[in-house]
Design a protein around this ligand. Structure first.
Ligand SMILES: Nc1ncnc2c1ncn2[C@@H]1O[C@H](COP(=O)(O)OP(=O)(O)O)[C@@H](O)[C@H]1O
Ligand SMILES: [Mg+2]
Length: 256
């Protein structure tokens, strides 16, 4: 039976959809069967992030309302044969109940090792519905004060729910700025958040272009291992920027 994990943040734009997509890829590269579900109804970012948007025929709402079978709405990624995406509806906002979503999850869970739920921003209905369908939560935060504040609010809510585990991924860490003292160190971010540290992902200039070429591939592999094997390795975003050559790289980045 699948581990059902919701990716959430409170604040929008911190990388939930990106992390959901790339973590799904990293898990599927290990041969695990992964379904990515877009619960951000009406926004359909996940199929775009996975570059599968031109293949969408049916979506999650079509499954829930009985217009198609589950298999018809699951898009298989050609590059990662054990990775599937169920897109959210492209058009109008729809009223969907927690029970309908839970029923969908119960039908999916036997076919996969992981079901990752991409959650909408905010803490309103869409967020609560996504959380109610999951067993675990990964809170995505960036090392910026607003993101940390919102993440803490979300973690407080999640810690009061029935989830088995709540963990944190710190995304968009710039090692050069951490070294120069202009960005919080990940240890400081984890210390401010009352949840288990699960991973750290660097800022990646290529994140939009090609998931395979992403320089944070290694960080995602570590994240997948922490999640699946229970390891606790944290990617060091600052190593490139320490020492003599590190300082040269920092200056080059500053002047770029
Ligand atoms: N580690 C990263 N490095 C650089 N850009 C990133 C990173 N993570 C996310 N982004 C970018 O940030 C923007 C928002 O990401 P997204 O995943 O859509 O956030 P959310 O789903 O939380 O709203 C996107 O343009 C995405 O490409
Ligand atoms: Mg999103």
């Amino acid at each position: 039976m699948a581990r059902k994990i919701v990716l959430t943040s409170g604040k929008g734009g911190v990388g939930k959809t990106t992390v959901c997509a790339n973590l799904g890829i990293a898990l599927s590269q290990r041969g695990l069967r992964v379904a990515l579900l877009d619960f951000d109804i009406g926004m359909n970012n996940l199929d775009v992030a996975m570059r599968l948007d031109n293949q969408v025929v049916f979506d999650l709402i079509d499954v829930i309302e009985g217009r198609c079978r589950i298999a018809q709405a699951l898009l298989q990624d050609v590059n990662y044969p054990t990775l599937y995406v169920m897109p959210s509806c492209h058009h109008a906002k729809r009223v969907i109940s927690i029970d309908q979503m839970r029923h969908l999850m119960s039908r999916l869970q036997d076919g996969f090792d992981y079901v990752l739920i991409d959650c909408p921003a905010g803490m309103e209905t869409g967020f609560r519905r996504a959380v109610a369908c999951a067993d675990e939560a990964i809170v995505v935060a960036t090392p910026h004060p607003y993101s940390i504040k919102d993440a803490q609010k979300v973690i407080d809510y999640l810690n009061g729910s029935n989830l088995l585990q709540v963990s944190v991924v710190v995304n968009r860490v710039r090692g050069d700025l951490v070294c120069s003292g202009e960005m919080l160190d990940v240890k400081q971010v984890f210390a401010l958040l009352n949840a288990k540290p699960l991973g750290v992902l660097p800022e990646d200039d290529f994140v939009n272009c090609n998931l395979e070429a992403a320089t944070n591939n290694k960080a995602y592999k570590m994240l997948a291992s922490n999640l699946h094997d229970g390891t606790a390795s944290i990617y060091d975003c600052t190593s490139r920027y320490r020492g003599f050559f590190g300082k040269l790289r920092r200056n080059a980045k500053r002047n770029a």
